[in-house]
Design a protein around this ligand. Structure first.
Ligand SMILES: Nc1nc2c(c(=O)[nH]1)N[C@H]1C(S)=C(S)[C@@H](COP(=O)(O)O)O[C@H]1N2
Ligand SMILES: [Mo]
Length: 176
């Protein structure tokens, strides 16, 4: 018959087998091969490393969530990231691209979407930034990347801890 302590030990052993605690080897730190944000267009994923993101042109915006004191945010325009991933937002969208949407996913699986056409400067021209700095410092628990939509009346689309940005073809009736 199993004693109480015997059952406990068996449980402990089963937990260790089911959820092994593996050491995470971080490498020598010279190169970070981990993609920081993944951009995916029509199912084809392009990882964007932290160094590539850091090297892209940043813009500054002052904005406040809820009734907070406004913060100075710095980030990369979402349109620039999409152009880099092959979406031609540097000219007016046409045809079935007008039925595409952009889905942003966070580490906690929170998701929001934007119509691609709302990001087109010749149409909705909604300013959306992928921010990596707040008041001159990296984002801590909300980062390393957060979406900022300064024109929104409440910060529900200010997605914290962004991991994936996808462009999805939403057309159901147009020819390819
Ligand atoms: N990843 C993630 N981002 C998120 C949310 C969330 O649940 N998960 N909530 C959103 C909502 S509804 C709001 S109001 C703001 C809150 O941001 P704050 O905590 O900085 O005020 O974050 C937004 N971003
Ligand atoms: Mo919210």
């Amino acid at each position: 018959m199993l004693t109480r302590i015997g059952t406990f030990r068996r449980c402990l052993l089963m937990c260790l087998v089911a959820f092994p605690v593996l050491p995470v080897y971080a490498g020598d730190g010279a190169v970070d091969p981990t993609p920081s944000v993944q951009i995916s267009v029509a199912g084809k994923a392009t990882p964007l490393s932290a160094s590539v993101l850091a090297g892209m042109p940043h813009v500054d915006v002052t904005a406040a969530a809820h009734d907070e004191v406004p913060s100075a945010w710095r980030g990369v325009p979402l349109t620039d990231l999409l152009v880099r991933a092959g979406i031609a937002l540097n000219k007016p969208l046409r045809g079935r691209d007008l039925a595409s949407f952009v889905r942003v996913t966070a580490a906690d699986r929170y998701q929001v979407v934007f119509a691609l056409s709302d990001l087109d400067p010749t149409l909705g021209h909604n300013q959306v930034l992928l921010v990596d700095q707040r008041n001159g410092k990296p984002l801590d628990k909300d980062g390393p990347y957060r979406l900022l939509v300064p024109g929104d009346k409440r910060p529900a689309r200010w997605v914290r801890n962004v991991t994936v940005i996808e462009v999805v073809d939403g057309a159901t009736s147009m020819r390819p």
